[in-house]
Design a protein around this ligand. Structure first.
Ligand code: AMP
Ligand code: GLY
Length: 421
């Protein structure tokens, strides 16, 4: 089989490596991929948002199955376009990807169907939002409606910050048209859990839970990033919590999407907060999380391609989705200065024996050498029987990888270890 994977991050690298475990896979094209992914797939310089270009490539190259992983092409309708061209595809259609593409949509969906989430108000007018904020409970969270590279949620600890957030999103238009509408929501507290799930629109099969580390600095300090590391499973996500989430969140969400005529097929990501009042949805993503995928897929024992095809075909109930009982830790090695400003172009050396554990996010090939090209350069994942071993192993592997100007958090998994006590 010839496969195509749309995207260029560490997540895509993890998906590609897992797909390659299936013996029927002869070749994978990555559109556009990156310098590190090029080790495992043929990278083709077509942007992930060039829907016409992707469809033309898939048709010309007789692709048997496509996997669309990033949010923007999904929200733009890449899966619909590929399907129209007769190419089976993993990922939600445009009318279902809106669950991530519009916070206003997802909040209204949850309210309509009684799915637990933070209380909220929607505004399409800055004046009205500012007026509301004069008496709104503080802290609060101001969120741009549309996609914003994962940076559209501003947690505001004071009224001034909330006012600034509205101005940033609605007046200065920091996230462009994504900020035409905003959600102002109740500030929730509690541990966060990421649960990625496979669904064919009929059944939902959750993957092993995970924990992201979004802040740039140790001890969860500093700016928000795309994710500095992950561990799985998440110790806060006990069997009881999992059962409650299935009953009150996962199944009702699939059901709600069907009732709205927006059947969701693909990977549905539940960003949850375990509040004193029970688990609540912080956000939905219409795709695999990054860097959650880099700890979740290495623990998957079943064949990924078979599961993906079952999601597409509506036969997910018939197949097994099995995870190992072990743990995984992914440490992200970034460029110093990320997420603000950083230099690139430094040569990266990855020993052969470490390469299977490495998921490359921001690196390019220059004169045959791998060089840094992004803020998050790569993730190193280790699996082991226990979490402490996985963490130790992952950090051990980072020592074997070299590039100048590198930065990583030293405490990935620390909070999880404390939670287990
Ligand atoms: P989002 O982009 O919606 O996932 O939000 C990014 C981050 O902001 C989340 O991972 C949380 O840490 C935080 N956050 C979002 N919504 C809330 C909320 N209602 N209460 C507290 N923290 C939140
Ligand atoms: N790690 C969160 C996300 O992928 O949006």
């Amino acid at each position: 089989m010839k496969l195509l994977v749309v995207g260029s991050g560490g997540r895509e690298h993890a998906v590609i490596k897992k797909l390659l475990e299936n013996k029927d896979v002869e070749k994978i094209y990555a559109l556009p991929g990156n310098g590190g992914i090029a080790r495992d797939a043929e990278c083709v310089n077509i942007s992930a948002t060039d829907i016409d270009g992707i469809v033309k490539f898939a048709t010309d190259n007789k692709i048997d199955y496509a996997v669309v992983t990033p949010d923007d092409p999904l929200v733009l309708g890449c899966v619909d376009a590929l399907n129209e061209a007769g190419i089976p595809c993993f990922g939600p259609a445009k009318n279902a990807a809106i669950i991530e593409g519009s916070k206003v949509f997802s909040k209204n969906l949850m309210k309509k169907y009684g799915i637990p989430t933070a209380k909220y108000e929607v505004f399409d007018d800055a004046e009205k939002a500012l007026e509301y904020l004069e008496t709104a409970p503080i802290p609060t969270v101001v969120k741009a409606d549309g996609l914003a590279l994962g940076k559209g949620a501003l947690v505001c600890m004071t009224r001034e910050e909330a006012i600034d957030a509205v101005k940033t999103i609605m007046v200065d238009k920091k996230f462009g048209a994504s900020g035409n509408e905003i959600v102002v929501e109740e500030f929730l507290t509690g541990p966060e859990v990421s649960v990625l799930s496979f669904t064919d629109g009929k059944v939902v099969k959750p993957m092993v839970s995970s924990m992201d580390h979004k802040r740039a600095g140790d001890g969860d300090t500093g700016l928000n990033t795309g994710g500095m590391g992950t561990i799985a499973p998440n110790p806060y996500y006990t069997e009881e919590v999992a059962a409650e989430c299935m009953e009150k969140i996962f199944l009702p969400t699939i059901d709600a999407m069907n009732k709205e005529g927006r059947t969701f097929k693909g990977c549905l990501y539940f960003g949850l907060m375990l509040t004193p009042d029970g688990p609540k949805v912080i956000e939905y993503n219409c795709r695999f999380g990054d860097p959650e995928t880099q700890v979740v897929l290495p623990l998957l024992k079943s064949d990924l391609l078979t599961i993906m095809q079952a999601c597409t075909n509506g036969t997910l109930s018939e197949i097994e989705v099995e995870f190992s009982q072990g743990s995984a830790c992914c440490v992200v090695m970034a460029s110093k200065g990320y997420p603000v400003a950083y230099e690139k172009g430094y040569e990266i050396t990855i020993p052969e024996d470490v390469a299977p554990n490495v998921y490359v996010a921001g690196a390019a090939l220059k004169d045959g050498k791998l060089v840094t090209s992004g803020g998050r350069v790569l993730g190193v994942t280790a699996t082991a029987d226990t979490l402490p071993e996985a963490i130790e192993k992952a950090y051990g592997l980072t020592e074997k990888i070299h590039f100048d100007n590198q930065y990583m958090r030293k405490d990935i998994g620390k909070r999880a270890l404390e939670a287990r006590k």
